[in-house]
Write a protein that binds this ligand. Structure first.
Ligand SMILES: [Zn+2]
Ligand SMILES: [Zn+2]
Length: 270
C-alpha cells in the first residue's frame, strides 16, 4: 500500500497508471453493392474470421447454441481469433476462437445485469470442420419452404490488425484510488486524486472507447466488480464499446476473465 503522505503528481504516478491495451481495425463488409459507402466495403463472410456479426464458426463440437432461459437460438455477437492477437493478449484465450452469443429477448429482460445469465454464452472453441450452414436468420426451423423470402444483405464487421496502445484510467476518484492502491476515504486523498484527474485531463490521457483488449475499462456508469464463482475478482479483458456492438439494448459490454480459474463472464452497462 502507498504511504498516506504521498502526493499524486502525474509525472510520478504516470507509469503506474498506464496500461497496455490492444485495439483493432474494424472493417465493415457487405455483399450488396447498394450498401457500399465510405465506411463499408464489398466482400463476403468468412466463418473463421474475427468479427462482429455475420456467421460464426459452428462445428460438431460447438454447434449453434440455444438460450438457457427461453430455448430460442442465441444470436451470434462476436468472434475473436487467438492467433490474430498480439502475443501479450493471447494469454487471455485458451482456444483459437472466442465466441459470444446472446438472446435478444432475455437480454432485454434484465439478463444483462447478471454476469452469469443463461441468456448469453461465452465459449472458446477450437478450429474445426464447419457444419453446413443453416438457412440464414431462420428462427423457425420447421419452416423449410420459404422460397421467395428475401435474403438480407450481409452485414459483418471484421476485426483485424490489433495494435498495442497506451490506455489510461478514468478520472473517477475510486478508480484512481484503486489504481494507486490508496483508500479514497480521507478528504485529503480525495483532493489529491481530483487534482491528478485534472492533470490527466489536461494531458488528454483518456480511457479508450470501442473495441479493445486489456487496458482500462471505460465504464458507462459506476465501476463494477464481478466475482467469479470461485470468489476471485474477475478482470475485464475485452471491451465492446457502445458503437461496436449494437445487439439487443445498446451499451458497452465487457467479457471478464477470472485470473484464478479462467472462467469467463460478461457485464453490460448502459
Ligand atoms: Zn432467451
Ligand atoms: Zn474463478
Amino acid at each position: 500500500m502507498a504511504k498516506k503522505t504521498e502526493t499524486f503528481l502525474l509525472e510520478d504516478v504516470r507509469p503506474r497508471l498506464m496500461r497496455a491495451a490492444f485495439v483493432p481495425t474494424l472493417v465493415a463488409v457487405t455483399d450488396d453493392p447498394d450498401y457500399v459507402d465510405d465506411e463499408t466495403v464489398l466482400g463476403t463472410d468468412d466463418v473463421t474470421a474475427a468479427k462482429i456479426g455475420g456467421a460464426p464458426l459452428l462445428t460438431k463440437e460447438a454447434p449453434a447454441p440455444k438460450c438457457g432461459k427461453c430455448k430460442q437460438p442465441l444470436r451470434f455477437v462476436l468472434q475473436l481469433r487467438r492467433s490474430d492477437l498480439p502475443a501479450a493478449a493471447q494469454v487471455h484465450l485458451a482456444e483459437e476462437l472466442l465466441q459470444l452469443f446472446w438472446c435478444d429477448d432475455c437480454q432485454s429482460e434484465g439478463g444483462a445485469e447478471n454476469p452469469w445469465s443463461k441468456g448469453a454464452l461465452i465459449r472458446e472453441v477450437a478450429l474445426g470442420q464447419p457444419l453446413a450452414p443453416r438457412k440464414a436468420r431462420g428462427d423457425d426451423e420447421d419452416d423449410e419452404d420459404d422460397e421467395g423470402d428475401e435474403v438480407d444483405a450481409l452485414s459483418v464487421t471484421f476485426i483485424r490488425d490489433w495494435q498495442e496502445v497506451e490506455d489510461w484510467p478514468s478520472g473517477q476518484v475510486e478508480v484512481l484510488a484503486a489504481a494507486l492502491e490508496v483508500s479514497p476515504k480521507s478528504e485529503a486523498t480525495r483532493e489529491k486524486l481530483e487534482a491528478l484527474a485534472e492533470a490527466m485531463d489536461d494531458a488528454e490521457l483518456e480511457t479508450l472507447d470501442g473495441v479493445k483488449i486489456a487496458g482500462w475499462p471505460r465504464w458507462v456508469s459506476e465501476p463494477e466488480t464481478v466475482k467469479c464463482k470461485c470468489k476471485a475478482v474477475m478482470n475485464p479483458v475485452i471491451q465492446l464499446g457502445e458503437d461496436a456492438v449494437v445487439v439487443g439494448d445498446a451499451g458497452t459490454t465487457w467479457i471478464l476473465a477470472c485470473p484464478a480459474c479462467g472462467k469467463k463472464a460478461y457485464v453490460c452497462q448502459q
